[in-house]
Each structure stands twice: as structure tokens, then as C-alpha cells.
Ligand binder design. Structure first.
Ligand SMILES: NC(=O)c1ccc[n+]([C@@H]2O[C@H](COP(=O)([O-])OP(=O)(O)OC[C@H]3O[C@@H](n4cnc5c(N)ncnc54)[C@H](OP(=O)(O)O)[C@@H]3O)[C@@H](O)[C@H]2O)c1
Length: 290
């Protein structure tokens, strides 16, 4: 019997996951198909129920369902619960279990692709959505010295900082978490002294409302820091172009995407993810989109 995995999100026109997950499944010659399961919010309940059918193994979950889906699965693992979002569902003994592999993917890419050890470093995080939450939780777990959060909507930045503080009291990392206003002098000062700046906003993403925009003006980009853009389409975003102009080190979001997918693959299949095969397929699929 052919079995199925898919990605649940809306819209899904530009998703790369089917290309690189199918390449990984084919690498092991598994009779499993990975489909884009485009799902409007009103259909989410039905889409999750279908995962209980015998031929289905699990799913990835993406925007805008990562938070809502937590209420539809039978169990949420502790990392996903701390982050407050599920991006992977695995069926175990008939039960749907929710995981989050974004933080793992982000930290792996920092260490393996940028050779950046977050321990003791000062970080500026732009954005306060689901991706920012995963990034901040990952960074805290790695023992960063401080995280400065900046977001268009200040309330959401404060909510994220509060959530991080609650989590920190459990793990007592001693990290400082600050919220500063976008465009404030304090913001410019924090940028000057940081080791890492991470764009977790949608600014710069192709086909989105912030296409062609950079979250930072060129003169604000710290030349001695690593500039990491979670946006992976285009491969060189406006932020990364600006970072190149000032001579800063740069990393785009494609490797994180593949590593979070590799962690999901291992949860579903229980075999090591063929990361090189997945990376190549992701790069080819991205080139086709551009
Ligand atoms: N590489 C990867 O593996 C990976 C994984 C996850 C996500 N991502 C990328 O990360 C980005 C964020 O994803 P998400 O899931 O966190 O989305 P989300 O939950 O919708 O959050 C979007 C964020 O972007 C901000 N934003 C939206 N429009 C803006 C504007 N015009 N000006 C300034 N800020 C704006 C939002 O600010 P407000 O709070 O003010 O609305 C919020 O902080 C996306 O581009 C996504 O593709 C990449």
C-alpha cells in the first residue's frame, strides 16, 4: 500500500518541502508520497482528522496553522509546547503527536553552516511571530547572553519576551531578554554591539507583501556580526544584499528549512535523513521558482 505524508498550510504555491522530502523518500526507495495539502483555515480540522486514516503517516504544518493545530492533535511534545507551535505531526500507535523542529533546524544551520556558537553571544531578533519564537527558544537553550526583540507590533514583542521569561525561570539560563522600539536609538545601539542579527519577519520574501524590502537600512547593519535571514526565497534577500555591501557575514534560510525538514523526516521514517540529497533537491526547486 502506498502511504502518504504532506504539508498542511495555506497558501502552498511556493513551498519547497514536497521537492526535498520526496527526494529523501525516493533515496530510500520507500513507497511513500509527500503531497502539498493546501488547507484553508476552515478545513484544518478535516485535514488533521484525515491523518488518522491508515495510509497516512504524518504531516508538516506551516503558516497559518502552526498554533491552531496544537489543539487538534492528541499530544504535544515538550519542545513544541514551550515554543507554542507545531510544525510536524507524527502518528504513533494511532495517536497524533505534535513536534516542532524549527528551533533544531535553526541552531543546526548556525553551527554547521555559519560555524557560529551561540553560547555567550548577544543577539538581535527582528520579528515576533512563530519563527521568532522558535529562534528565541533555540538560542536560549544554547546559552546566549542576551536577546533583543524588535517587532512592528510592540505588543507581540512584549508577549514573546514574557513567554521567554516564563520559560527561562524553568531552565535558569541567566540570559537577558529586552524589547526595544523599531527605529529607536536603543535599537541602533543594540545592533552596533550584537554578534548575530536574525530576520524573522516576512520582509524580503518573494511573492509576499514585503517583497523587495529589507528590515534594516544598510547603515544599521553591523559589519562584524553574522546577518541571518530566515527568508529563503529569494536566495539573496534585500537584507543579505545590504549585508554583503557592508562586508558582514551572511546566511540565508534555506539550510534551516532543509534541517527542520530533515528532523521531521527522521521522526516519521526513523532513519537518518539524507541531508545532501534534500539540500540539492531544495536548491533545484528554489532555482525553478526564481
Ligand atoms: N527558513 C526556515 O526554515 C523558516 C522557518 C519558518 C519561517 N521562515 C520564514 O520566517 C518568516 C516569518 O515566518 P513566521 O511563521 O514567523 O510568520 P508570522 O508568524 O506570520 O510572523 C510574521 C512576522 O513578520 C512581521 N511583519 C509582517 N509584515 C511586516 C511589515 N510590513 N513590516 C515589519 N514586520 C512585518 C510580523 O510583525 P507583526 O507582529 O507586527 O505582524 C511578525 O513579526 C517568513 O518569511 C517565513 O518564510 C523560515
Amino acid at each position: 500500500m502506498t502511504r502518504f505524508i504532506g504539508i498542511i498550510g495555506y497558501p502552498l504555491k511556493h513551498t519547497l518541502s514536497p521537492a526535498f522530502q520526496q527526494a529523501a523518500l525516493d533515496h530510500y526507495q520507500l513507497d511513500i508520497r509527500y503531497w502539498p495539502w493546501e488547507t484553508e483555515p476552515a478545513q484544518l480540522h478535516t485535514a488533521v482528522s484525515k491523518l488518522r486514516w491508515p495510509e497516512n503517516i504524518g504531516a508538516n504544518v506551516t503558516v497559518p496553522h502552526k498554533e491552531t493545530v496544537m489543539t487538534l492533535v492528541d499530544e504535544v511534545d515538550s519542545v513544541a509546547a514551550a515554543i507554542g507551535a507545531v510544525n510536524t505531526i507524527v502518528k504513533r500507535g494511532g495517536q497524533l503527536v505534535g513536534y516542532n523542529t524549527d528551533a533544531r533546524g535553526f541552531i543546526r544551520s548556525l553551527k554547521e553552516d555559519a560555524f557560529f556558537d551561540p553560547k555567550g553571544r548577544r543577539v538581535v531578533v527582528l520579528g515576533s511571530g512563530g519563527a521568532a519564537r522558535a529562534v528565541c527558544f533555540g538560542l536560549l537553550a544554547e546559552g546566549v547572553a542576551s536577546i533583543v526583540i524588535v517587532n512592528r507590533t510592540l505588543r507581540r514583542a512584549n508577549e514573546l519576551a514574557d513567554a521567554l521569561s516564563r520559560r527561562r525561570s524553568g531552565v535558569s539560563t541567566g540570559a537577558e531578554v529586552l524589547v526595544v522600539g523599531w527605529g529607536s536609538e536603543e535599537f541602533a545601539d543594540c545592533l552596533k554591539h550584537c554578534h548575530l542579527v536574525v530576520n524573522c519577519t516576512i520582509l524580503g520574501m518573494a511573492h509576499g507583501p514585503g517583497e523587495g524590502e529589507s528590515p534594516l537600512a544598510t547603515e544599521l547593519i553591523p559589519r562584524n556580526a553574522l546577518v541571518y535571514d530566515l527568508v529563503y526565497n529569494p536566495a539573496e534577500t534585500p537584507l543579505l544584499q545590504a549585508a554583503r555591501r557592508v562586508g558582514a557575514r551572511r546566511l540565508g534560510g534555506l539550510t534551516m528549512l532543509v534541517y527542520q525538514g530533515a528532523a521531521s523526516f527522521e521522526l516519521w521514517i526513523g532513519r537518518p535523513a539524507p541531508v545532501d540529497v534534500m539540500m540539492l533537491a531544495a536548491r533545484k526547486a528554489l532555482a525553478k521558482l526564481s
